[in-house]
Design a protein. Structure first.
Length: 563
């Protein structure tokens, strides 16, 4: 292939193809959902050999919304989408990524199928006989140039297809155009892959019957006939197949359109092949109206259908992605507005916090607010999972917790109300860990409950750090049990650090976790304790430890210090 290392796959199917162009040289790299590190270093998954590319320049990966994200890893010359420099960007279908002299294009396999036209009849028959047809052309003899008349017809069809805006309109439009004459039929059918037997009745995606031919019986739109021989030959060869029927008065030899007296031509050609299915164009028309270059004409039509289908699906995917991106951006803005601002009237206490979702929105929760009696209420929590579902639970948790503090003075009673609320409303697979505290700045008294969350650290000046006694309860939203509060006095100069597992479970490039022991040593070595310094030291240490490894979980760091 090339000198690049192919990233380890999560599955047998690649998530995307990354095409890299440098002048006239073009190469391709298969990516799985975990993505790849891009840079000049030979240790990178995708190596771009240029002095304009940093040793570790960028990372590209797929998020849980199936979007491909390109992220600048602090490169000197940047990552560009068109003319715009980006830090982290969800790549839209068709967008080009510029890194140094290289142009990168990301192509995902089109998994979407065009849905069947529900107006088509549901009853079909697959003819079994072998004597009813004679295959007159199968496979690829060298194509001859189209006649002037056929070329004119092809151009007319191309003009009509260029006006389409939805993938669902493609197959019906092609069938209407090809079966405009009386006595003709054009259909698109979906067949299973070759290792599965043909069904008794092929699935019709779209079709058109051209009306009654002079001297023949009317087409029966309620029960269409297909030649098994033609479909089997086309499916096994993946090449166009053309056949003709013999003169016969036997009704059992009928094809799509019932016409016992006149011979007919039948042609089938693949238009789209997926992993589990094959879409094929199927034509049935009077043999006397078959032009000499019909076979080549229909192949040209199939090529145009494949080309237009790809473009329409790309446009639809881009529109859907833009809608998703705007919804996620709005969700992120809403969640950002829900993040707390430090109360302005703090006396005798210093507070700082950091929140960084792993995706555009996250399920970590951090909040601080003042109660009517002057105490500070604060909470750090983690909703199981990530993304929009966790973010929705997080906003619900915030509302429930703030409401409960308006009428309950004790930490244990507050969490009992919140627990009952979550137990009624959370899906069975979700839960919440939460550390909740009520702090009095006057005497340093902290009343708290830990519901399955990582224990906080008390950071003492010039003494070191120690884990706070647990006063633990199981996670919220699972089972109702009494809460037992803990009480501790935070003396002047002492800080309290609460983090989410985005810190403790941060993963190094070698696969090692940051861990609680490393966090304790970090705080023990910290000289002096103020809230901002504690938060900054924690986040920077985890970031350095992670290096160029992706952020796998939401990160929350909260610090409170008694002055």
């Amino acid at each position: 292939m090339n000198s690049d290392k192919t990233p380890t796959a999560h599955s047998a199917t690649p998530g995307a193809i990354l095409t890299i162009a440098d002048g006239e040289q073009v190469r391709e790299v298969l990516l799985d959902v975990a993505g790849a590190i891009i840079g000049r270093s030979a240790a990178c998954d995708v190596v771009l050999a240029s002095e304009r590319v940093s040793r570790r320049h960028a990372r590209i990966f797929q998020d849980p919304f199936a979007r491909w994200i390109v992220e600048d890893l602090g490169s000197q010359n940047g990552v560009f989408i068109g003319e715009r420099r980006v830090q982290a960007h969800a790549v839209l279908p068709g967008e080009r990524i510029h890194i140094g002299p290289f142009v990168l294009n990301l192509t995902q396999p089109v998994e979407q199928d065009i849905a069947p036209d529900r107006a088509m009849p549901s009853s079909t028959t697959l003819l079994q006989g072998a004597a009813d047809m004679q295959v007159v052309r199968e496979g690829a003899a060298e194509e001859a140039p189209l006649s002037r008349a056929s070329l004119k017809e092809l151009n007319r069809l191309v003009d009509r297809l260029s006006e389409l805006t939805r993938p669902a309109d493609l197959y019906p439009e092609v069938c209407r155009y090809l079966a405009s004459a009386p006595g003709t039929a054009a259909l698109v059918v979906r067949l299973p892959s070759e290792n599965v037997a043909l069904p008794a009745a092929p699935e019709i995606l779209a079709g058109h019957l051209g009306g009654k031919a002079a001297g023949s019986s009317a087409p029966d739109a309620t029960n269409l006939y297909f030649s098994r021989r033609v479909l089997e030959a086309m499916r096994s060869s993946r090449e166009p197949v053309m056949a003709k029927s013999a003169h016969t008065a036997d009704a059992h030899m009928s094809l799509t359109i019932t016409d016992e007296a006149a011979p007919r031509a039948v042609l089938s050609v693949p238009v789209c092949e997926a992993a589990e299915s094959l879409d094929a164009l199927y034509l049935d028309l009077p043999l006397e109206r078959t032009p000499p270059d019909l076979f080549d004409f229909v192949q040209a039509v199939a090529r145009q259908v494949r080309f237009v289908r790809k473009g329409l699906l790309l446009l639809e995917a881009k529109a859907q992605r833009q809608t998703l991106d705007s919804q996620l951006a709005l969700a992120r803005e809403i969640q950002t507005r829900l993040m707390p601002s430090t109360p302005s009237d703090l006396h005798g206490v210093d507070v700082a916090l950091h929140y960084e979702p792993a995706m555009w929105v996250g399920g970590d929760y951090v909040d601080i607010w003042r109660l009517a009696d002057g105490r500070l209420a604060f909470a750090v929590g983690d909703v199981s999972g990530k993304g929009l579902p966790a973010a929705m639970v997080m906003s619900n948790l915030q509302a429930a917790l703030r409401t409960a503090t308006s009428f309950c003075p004790a930490a244990a009673d507050i969490l009992e109300h919140v627990d009952r609320h979550l137990e009624r409303h959370l899906p069975e697979s979700m839960f919440v860990t939460l550390f909740f505290g009520l702090f009095s700045a006057e005497d340093g008294r902290l009343e708290y409950v830990n519901a399955g969350h990582i224990p906080p650290l008390l950071v003492h000046p010039q003494v070191g750090a120690e884990w706070l006694e647990s006063a633990s309860h199981i996670v919220l939203g699972v089972a109702r049990e009494p809460f037992t509060p803990g009480v501790v006095t935070i003396t002047p100069g002492t800080g309290l650090l609460v983090v989410s597992d985005g810190i403790t479970e941060a993963m190094s490039p070698a696969g090692e976790e940051f861990g609680m022991t490393r966090l304790e040593k970090l705080m023990t070595a910290l000289e002096g304790a103020d809230a901002r310094r504690i938060v900054q030291a924690t986040t920077e240490a985890a970031r350095r430890f992670r290096g160029f490894s992706p952020q796998r979980d939401d990160i929350t760091v909260f610090a409170l210090c008694k002055k």
